[in-house]
Design a protein around this ligand. Structure first.
Ligand code: NAD
Ligand code: UDP
Ligand code: UDP
Length: 330
């Protein structure tokens, strides 16, 4: 099927109602494309895409990517998969099915349509890394039977499928390894560290540090991440990845907690909770490849990104208070 026009494409975004997917769709629509958003709403709500329904170039399909999908599109972004440990460990078998069966179905679709497909892979393919920072050539240190395995191994198997469909069937692929990303529209209760700390700080509740807070992560603001994702999709055919996209500035979790308290002006205390199993100690991307092949690097420092994210959670919490007041007394 030829594209609708050279500049206007019909694009499929799986997981499009999620945090990253909904921002991606905003950008694709703003560029004039048509978007089909496929999502089973497992780890998101329609709230993220409520503002899009009036747009005639937007279409929502409630569908689980574990099942075949027959649509006609020019490009596919495969983002469907719960991303936070709470969500992906809630139903680990479904998580693994989503990564593997979802990848097979979306690759089958891309093969039939001979269209480009981008996979939202993850820094979790490196597991608890033994080299630092992580380069794409590193094969990782993943426990195949631990609590995070359903996600980590699922994403690793999905990468294998992408590369095999590329080698065996000639499918044009783009594999992106996303490092911790944050911003407005993260699920308020998905348990990820940035959303947890902001919500706890705004509610004046204790900030829960798992372990002693010395473990590190490198946090990328959503706008930077999407720049990288869209550059990768637009890159020449020989650029297939895997390619790390993330912020290189590494923070201890304890320092993140202090920063959130400072910016929100919260009186929350910091409390310690047990460290979950297999929690990686350290994480920081080496983004040399992204710099050299995509001309990409992140621009938004953590403080600025948090300042853009906090008002979103203030609004969400204010809406919740309003909704609870509107409940009729029993
Ligand atoms: P999210 O949970 O907000 O979004 C994922 C979306 O996929 C949700 O809307 C969910 O309902 C949907 N989904 C889950 N299973 C599905 C299924 N079987 N069929 C159809 N839809 C399904 O998470 P996110 O942060 O937006 O992550 C998007 C993608 O990026 C995921 O694939 C995730 O693994 C990857 N990623 C994200 C991060 C991050 O820090 N945000 C880091 C690494 C990788
Ligand atoms: N598939 C899909 N949409 C399509 C084409 C294929 O969902 O437009 C699914 C189909 O269910 C199949 C999977 O993708 O099971 C893999 O497709 P492939 O052509 O690789 O495998 P085959 O159909 O030969 O088993
Ligand atoms: N974390 C924490 N308190 C929380 C939530 C998370 O200390 O309330 C820690 C978690 O143990 C991990 C880091 O913050 O070391 C990042 O956790 P997240 O779930 O956001 O991402 P991931 O572990 O998948 O990188």
């Amino acid at each position: 099927m030829p594209p609708i026009s050279e500049s206007r494409k019909r694009i499929l975004v799986t997981g499009g109602a999620g945090f990253l997917g909904s921002h991606l769709i905003d950008r694709l629509l703003a560029q004039g494309h048509e978007v089909i958003c496929v999502d089973n709403l497992f780890s998101s709500t329609k709230r993220n895409i409520d503002h899009l329904h009036a747009n005639p170039r937007f279409e929502f399909m409630r569908h689980d990517v574990c099942f075949p999908l027959y649509v006609e599109v020019d490009e596919i972004y495969n983002l469907a998969c719960p991303a936070s440990p709470i969500h992906y460990q809630h139903d680990p078998i479904q998580t693994l099915k989503t990564s593997v069966h979802g990848a097979i179905n979306m690759l089958g679709l891309a093969k039939r349509l001979k269209c480009k497909i981008l996979q939202a892979s993850t820094s979790e393919v490196y597991g608890d890394p033994t080299i630092h920072p992580q380069v794409e050539e590193y094969w990782g240190n993943v426990n195949p039977i631990g609590p995070r395995a359903c996600y980590d191994e699922g994403k690793r198997a999905a990468e294998t499928l992408f590369f095999d469909y590329h080698r065996q069937q000639g499918v044009p692929i783009k594999v992106m390894r996303i490092f911790n990303t944050y911003g407005p529209r993260m699920h308020r209760q998905d348990g990820r560290v940035v959303s947890n700390f902001i919500v706890q700080a705004l509610l004046g509740e204790p900030i829960t540090i798992y372990g002693d807070g010395s473990q590190t992560r490198s946090f990328c603001y959503v706008d930077d991440l999407l720049d990288g994702m869209m550059r990768l999709m637009a890159s020449p055919a020989e650029v297939i990845g895997p390619i790390n996209i993330g912020n290189t500035r590494e923070f201890a979790i304890l320092d993140l907690a202090r920063l959130v308290i400072e910016i929100t002006g919260s009186r929350s205390q910091i409390v310690s909770k047990p460290l979950p199993g297999d929690d990686p100690r350290q994480r920081q991307p080496d983004i040399t490849k992204a710099r050299e092949t995509l001309g990409w690097e992140p621009k938004v420092p953590l403080r600025e990104g948090l300042q853009k994210t906090i008002p979103y959670f203030r609004d969400i919490l204010a809406d919740e208070v309003l909704a609870s007041k509107e409940q009729p007394a029993l």
